[in-house]
Write a protein that binds this ligand. Structure first.
Ligand code: F3S
Length: 388
């Protein structure tokens, strides 16, 4: 891979051991994937934050690094709400390790926002055509597909390397030739809300790592619905880029095979993963937007939950909408920030969680060992209120 004189100097250790190690990671990835060179990135989103996932070895690795990030860099969700971890049932030993991890990132100049929806809280992190180094799969999907930026799905170390060096290797979704649709998906059904998560769950299973182009019979999904669609496809398959006709930025000329999906197939997803028997409900995967908090608050207003209901969001969203948080919490539900139902060990005590997210449907059993059922937002709230 070509390196400029300055990059070569970093690679040789002229700017210290940390940068040398970071450049080594970027060059190794570039060599593996055949990158011609490095490209500057506008922002970085770093996975590998929950102590549940990184453990002691990860904490030591991050703590050992020196220097400062050179581009705006924020974090993925941590293993707990950084303020209300005791309420979540997190043990003190875990909390101490999690705080140490956060402090290690803070020392490197990383902004301590722990969210998988950075685009919901900062406008300046990504724009059409920007190169990024983002980690979390739903954030990657949203950046590539809805914003029209370019990012591969970075691992924690490669994202941190990009943050400290300010560059990433130019391969994969950074190149136009890898961004063409490879499958046309005709959807012959009206969709709303959680249907997009169910559709994404289904399509991800079918297409694996294709680049699907959706024709939705003129439907115009909202940003939250696009977020749900991309998140589910990234989890049940490994889709990092998709298009929706007349909604997302898309290339003009391409050809691909076609598949059709109808209402019947979407209903089969709900039928296969019922919410019956759930002992808790999880909303906010990916993290809730202000609009989603408003919907949840509207459904819970003046009512009391009978089962634990977690609503996960970014701290900045919760801070800007204290009235919505209060309404939700007056019902007995909890709005947790900085964390989520999958990366926190606190959900492992549940046997089964009901969710409206096609991504949580995959990851709750896969990564938290908790069974999951899928339903609309209204059905999830009904389960929490004991109506189902
Ligand atoms: Fe975000 Fe956690 Fe879901 S990181 S996308 S809320 S699994």
């Amino acid at each position: 891979m070509y390196l400029s004189r300055e990059e070569e100097g970093i690679y040789q250790g002229e700017q210290g051991e940390t940068l040398r190690r970071m450049m080594e990671i970027l060059v190794a990835l570039g060599d593996i994937y055949g990158a011609e060179k490095l490209v500057p990135v506008r922002s970085v989103q770093i996975a590998g934050v929950s102590y549940k996932n990184i453990g002691e070895a990860g904490l030591e690795w991050i703590s050992d690094l020196k220097g400062q990030v050179v581009v705006p860099s924020i974090l993925n969700p941590a293993g707990m709400d950084l303020c209300r971890w005791q309420e979540m049932g997190i043990e003190e030993e875990f909390a101490v390790k999690q705080q140490q991890t956060i402090e290690a990132y803070r020392k490197l100049g990383v902004t301590i926002d722990c969210t998988c929806t950075p685009y919901q809280i900062y406008e300046g992190l990504a724009g059409k055509g920007d190169h990024l180094a983002w980690s979390e799969s739903s954030a990657v999907s949203y950046a590539n597909s809805v914003i029209g930026a370019c990012t591969n799905r970075e691992g924690g170390p490669s994202a941190l390397a990009a943050a400290l060096v300010g560059k990433t290797a130019l391969y994969g979704y950074h190149l136009d030739e890898n961004r063409l649709p490879t499958l046309l998906v005709e959807v012959e059904a009206d969709l709303r809300g959680s249907d997009y998560g169910a559709l994404g769950f289904l399509v991800g299973r079918i297409v694996k790592d294709c680049v699907p182009f959706f024709r939705l019979r003129g439907l115009r999904p909202s940003p939250d619905e696009l977020k749900a669609l991309g998140a589910a496809m990234a989890a049940s398959g490994s889709v990092a880029l998709y298009y929706v006709e007349d909604v997302t930025p898309a290339p003009d000329a391409w050809q691909a095979e076609k598949i059709c999906i109808g209402r019947k197939e979407i209903e089969e997803v709900y039928a296969k993963y019922p919410g019956s028997g759930a002992d808790a409900v999880a909303l906010g995967c990916p993290h809730c937007s202000a609009e989603e908090l408003e919907k949840i608050a509207g459904l819970l207003h003046g009512k009391k939950v009978q089962k634990e209901l977690w609503v996960c969001t970014a701290r900045k969203i919760a801070e800007v909408h204290p009235d919505l948080v209060t309404t939700i919490e007056e019902s007995g539900a909890r709005v947790y920030c900085d964390t989520c139902m999958v990366v926190s060990p606190a959900t492992e005590r549940f046997g089964k969680m009901m969710t409206s997210s096609g991504k949580a449907l995959v990851y709750l059993p896969g990564l938290a060992g908790v069974q999951a059922g899928l339903g609309s937002l209204e059905e999830c709230i009904d389960v929490a209120l004991g109506r189902r």
